[in-house]
Design a protein around this ligand. Structure first.
Ligand code: FES
Length: 165
C-alpha cells in the first residue's frame, strides 16, 4: 500500500503557504486574483483542495474562486511541467499552419494538448492570440516567443529545453 504520509505533509505545506500569502496580501475579497497568482507561483498549480482553502481563508464562496481559476488562462489546476509550451491557435497563426506545429509537438512529446510529459519537463497547450501575429505562426515557452515556425523547427526547440534540464 502506498504511504500517505508524504501527501499529508505536502498538503500541510500547501495550506501553510496559503496562510502566509493571505496574511501578506490581505484577505479582502478584492485581493482574490492576487492571492491566487501568488499561491500558484509558489505551488506551481492550484489543486482543488487549495482552491477551497483559499475560499475559506478569504471568506468567499468556492464557486467564486473556481470561476476565477477557470476564467483566466494563467491559472493551472493540474501540475505543469518545467517548461510550458503554448502554441498559438489564433486566426493569424492558424492560417499560417500552427495546427501542424502543435501536431508535431504532440507526436514528438507523446502528449496531447493540455497534458504534461511523464518526466515532468514539458506541458503542451494551445492558446489564443499572443499579440505577435506578424511573426505567425508563434509559440511561447515560459514567456520566450518563437515565431515564423515550421514543423521542422519543433525538434530543435524541444532539444534546446531538454538540454537545459
Ligand atoms: S494569432 Fe497568433 S499571435 Fe496573434
Amino acid at each position: 500500500m502506498e504511504c500517505q504520509c508524504q501527501t499529508a505533509v505536502e498538503k500541510g505545506e500547501q495550506f501553510l503557504a496559503v496562510d502566509r500569502i493571505v496574511k501578506q496580501v490581505g484577505n479582502d475579497k478584492s485581493n482574490l486574483i492576487q492571492v491566487l497568482e501568488k499561491v500558484q507561483h509558489e505551488l506551481g498549480y492550484l489543486p482543488e483542495e487549495v482552491q477551497s482553502y483559499v475560499a475559506k481563508k478569504m471568506s468567499v464562496p468556492l464557486s467564486e474562486v473556481f470561476g476565477v481559476v477557470t476564467f483566466y488562462a494563467l491559472f493551472n489546476v493540474e501540475p505543469v511541467g518545467k517548461y510550458k509550451i503554448s502554441v498559438c491557435l489564433g486566426t493569424a497563426c492558424y492560417v499560417k499552419g500552427s495546427g501542424k506545429i502543435i501536431e508535431e509537438f504532440q507526436r514528438q512529446l507523446g502528449v496531447k494538448s493540455g497534458e504534461t510529459t511523464e518526466d515532468g519537463v514539458f506541458t503542451l497547450e494551445a492558446c489564443r492570440c499572443l499579440g505577435a501575429c506578424g511573426l505567425a505562426p508563434v509559440l511561447n515557452v515560459n514567456g520566450k516567443v518563437f515565431g515564423k515556425l515550421t514543423p521542422e523547427d519543433v525538434g530543435g526547440i524541444i532539444a534546446q529545453y531538454k538540454d537545459a534540464v
